[in-house]
Design a protein around this ligand. Structure first.
Ligand SMILES: [Zn+2]
Length: 162
C-alpha cells in the first residue's frame, strides 16, 4: 500500500481458480501472461483508492474454440473492460438513480467518487456485461395485446458447450 499524488494505491493479485472459457465452457489452466491493471474503488478513510491488480491472461487450448485468450476476473471486484470496481459502479448508480446528472455529480465530488455527470447518466443505461456474448442471436416479437403492448424475445441459439 502506498500513497501516490493523493491516491491510496493497493497492490493485489488474482489468485483464484482460473475458471471456464466463456466461449466453450471448458476449464482453462495455462497462464499465457500477467499484467497490471488499475481499478478505481470506493474511497477509504477519506482517500481516493486505486487497486493495482495483477491479473493473469489464460490460454484456451481446446481445439475448435474461437477464443484464444481470456483475462482473469476477480468475482465481486472486476468485470471485463471496466476500470472501476463493481462496488464503486453500484454506489454511483445509486447516486445517479436518486439525484440524476448534475446534483449527482456534486454529491460524487463531495464523496470522492470517480466520474462526472456523463459517467453517472451512462450508468443508468449501461447493461451488465455477460460472461459470454451470443454469437447467434434469435429475435422474435409478439403481442401481449395486439395493437397495444408488444414484447421482444432475444435468444442465444448457440447450442450449449459439451
Ligand atoms: Zn474456449
Amino acid at each position: 500500500m502506498s500513497m501516490i499524488e493523493g491516491v491510496l494505491m493497493v497492490d493485489a493479485a488474482g489468485c483464484g481458480p482460473p475458471g471456464l472459457c466463456p466461449d466453450c465452457a471448458q476449464p482453462v489452466t495455462r497462464v499465457r501472461s500477467r499484467y497490471w491493471s488499475h481499478v478505481t474503488d470506493l474511497p477509504v478513510a477519506g482517500q481516493r483508492m486505486v487497486i493495482r491488480l495483477q491479473v493473469r491472461r489464460f490460454l484456451c487450448e481446446r481445439a475448435g474454440c474461437r477464443r484464444r485468450t481470456l483475462v482473469e476476473q476477480v468475482r465481486g471486484l472486476t468485470e471485463p473492460r471496466r476500470r472501476t470496481t463493481t462496488s464503486l459502479r453500484s454506489a454511483m448508480r445509486a447516486v445517479a438513480t436518486e439525484l440524476g446528472g448534475r446534483p449527482g455529480q456534486r454529491l460524487c465530488r463531495q464523496l470522492l467518487l470517480h466520474g462526472g455527470r456523463t459517467a453517472l447518466l451512462r450508468l443508468l443505461k449501461a447493461p451488465s456485461i455477460p460472461d459470454r456474448a451470443p454469437r447467434i442471436l434469435g429475435i422474435d416479437e409478439f403481442a401481449f395485446r395486439k395493437g397495444r403492448t408488444y414484447g421482444t424475445v432475444l435468444v442465444d441459439t448457440r447450442p450449449p458447450a459439451s
